[in-house]
Design a protein around this ligand. Sequence first.
Ligand code: G7M
Length: 388
Amino acid sequence: MLETADKKQIESVETSNSDNRNKHERQGQSAASSSESSPVVVVDGSSSISNNSYDLAYFEPTRILCNNSTHKTVTLLGQFRNLSSDNYAIVVLEKTAFAEVHLKKSKSVTTANSVVETSPRSESERNPAADDSRSFFSSKSLLRTEFINDIYGNFTCLTDAEINQLKVTIIYPASEKHILKYSSQTRYLVEETAKDYQTVTLPHLEQEQLSLEWLYNILEHRKEQERIVFEDPSDELGFILLPDLKWDGKTLEQLYLLALVRQKGIKSLRDLTATHLPLLRNIRDCGTKAISERFGIASNLLRIYLHYQPSFYHLHVHFTYLKHDPPGIQCEKSHLLSTVIENIELLTDYYQKVTLSCVLNERDKLYEKLVAAKNSTEEPECKRAKIE
Ligand code: G7M
């Protein structure tokens, strides 16, 4: 059984990945300017599969890291037998939301034995999510009756595979840090004071953090170039706006974009002062304008925010559709851009002074270090409430 993968196996997976991570991160650093060095590939039908060939038929899952029935995602650890017996991969399978365009009556004309398409097939193959010739209400949908009781009926439905796709994210080779990040575990709320940040968090980040290679690849147009929605190339105010890894870039109902700032060295909310206000306002104004023009979604339908703690310490801003609830929008993690701007306008060093609450996984080294630092200064236990 996957769920009961024994501890020994898990330990060997993690040791093996730790070795590979070190190897990989060394390679990543030395290959910073290579266009073929990214280990992260989104398999969404539109992006190229770098120099690796991913085939789920070769994937052997060894452990379920997380099975989230709310978000309808399952995260698996395993190996691609056709790639390497040393490296491990994380595969995230996600059932996508319904696109409203597929909830209208099919534009196809149904005859006794065939379906005649009314729009060119090439477009539907390129972008099925935006293809309004496909519909759940067509002859391709087969209802199987579970039961009918009086006026109530339950059915299963086999439908047009093109509009019933899974979004698949693959991280390969996955490091120990990735495995931890993607594993379901108990999370705790921590109050990080300004002093904690200086004495614990900052030294921790200088020692270890997730590689920013994927992000520099985007900023330097080595990867995901065709996905860029908007770019301001200026050194000081510039940023790139593009679909987040969590979005397929097509299903409007799940719109999720990320603004990556051009400036290097702004790690997070903690570094922001009044000098960054023009940059933050530029991201807000140009980002919302670009989304309105490209996707027809007005600024008051967007949730624009920063994470604290983020996973990646290079400043970036999340843009998500208000009617979509992706992971990471909870109040213990998100800081609305408008509030961030307002706070800094009131007090330039607000984020250097304030105590910030954040949620950390129980096995996150930063969590262990913050707790140890608090225990050594006898911080009362009540400051760390457990989150179910
Ligand atoms: O604020 P935080 O660091 O938690 O968020 C980082 C965001 O970057 C997440 O929403 C990820 O889904 C997104 N992300 C991570 N990676 C590795 C990639 C990537 O390779 N491409 C894109 N487009 N987004 C990514």
